[in-house]
Design a binder for this molecule. Sequence first.
Ligand SMILES: Nc1ncnc2c1ncn2[C@@H]1O[C@H](COP(=O)(O)OP(=O)(O)OP(=O)(O)O)[C@@H](O)[C@H]1O
Ligand SMILES: [Mg+2]
Length: 390
Amino acid sequence: MGIGTEDPMDVDMANSKMEWDTAEGLKLSAALQWKGKAGGALPVKKMGPWVEKYRPTNLSDVAAHKDIVDTIDRLTGENRLPHLLLYGPPGTGKTSTILAVARKLYGAQFQNMILELNASDDRGIDVVRNQIQDFASMQSISFGAKLNVKLIILDEADAMTKDAQFSLRRIIEKYTKSTRFCLICNYVSKIIPALQSRCTRFRFAPLEPIHVTERLRFIIKEEGLTVTEGGVKAVVRLAAGDMRKALNILQSTQMASPHVTEEAVYQCTGNPMPKDVQAICHWLLNESFTTAYENIQEMKSNKGLALVDIVKELLAFVFEISMPPETRAQVVEALADIEYRLAFGTSEKLQLGALISAFTHARVALVAVAQQFLDTVLEMKSCASSKPYY
Ligand SMILES: Nc1ncnc2c1ncn2[C@@H]1O[C@H](COP(=O)(O)OP(=O)(O)OP(=O)(O)O)[C@@H](O)[C@H]1O
Ligand SMILES: [Mg+2]
């Protein structure tokens, strides 16, 4: 999990010196410099990626997933830790949780008692046969650690080859007495059923807004930031349950503007603001094809918006507008097609045309339904007036 690949923020890598340490997470040397807007280094307190600075070290720091954390905690306390399979979307705390468990179990013996392999390590069949088997078969001396079995963490296990997974089946069984395995992945379907059945599965769902908000407020306080209520809400909304994303958005916005407001968050991430999406929706439903096209194109270039972000945001509005179910289904299908085509790098202008076309069709359907409704009302009225009065 390299910082260069997943962190959208601007780090001066040339002057950076980082050491990766499984016990402490990413240790950033004092030489690591974050570029502020003016290009200067930020105060020491604000240095370093917050995702690592605020990686939970204890189980109590893990936001949400209380039931999972409590269950794992109880099992380890009773010395009954099973093989684990933690799965779920990115940034929900899978790696952090198991590292916190390991830290609690092994304390100072952390380094000797765990073997952590992730996607950056080669994990073909040779690694399973050699590295994993060697570690599992090694005699372990726990020196007072709570658990005297070793722990092998296979992070991003969905990237393991099928051969490696098959050969792991036997090893898991053979060394169960001395070793526990913890497999972590995003896509559980990529783990062979035989391995799944050897592990106790825990699903890490996207974090609830309330938990993301709580954790953000804690970090805002720690860092002494000025963040408006709208700013927090915008970060929570854009993160969509991914705590890593929330921290990255908060940190990058704070670097771009000292006051983290709703507008600053949307501007920094390049996402359209709700009021912009509302305006776009209004044009799509009320203006002519040409006017809608020109207005949206102008907004896109003025605010630097990507069509794919507009399309994603429009979905929520489509659910809010009252329309017949078939029409809604057609619009949603069209939005999905446009998003799919945009993912393959097709022309934004053409896809914008397709978006307006989808809403034009919806308008025609809406007008037809309204006309039908009007006709029915008029018919009922005329029937009522022609009835004889007794
Ligand atoms: N439940 C959580 N509580 C507190 N912080 C969290 C939580 N989940 C994620 N984070 C924050 O996000 C960062 C990344 O979390 P972590 O590496 O545990 O995610 P993950 O679920 O393993 O994601 P991936 O599937 O991408 O590996 C952590 O360093 C931490 O700052
Ligand atoms: Mg992880």
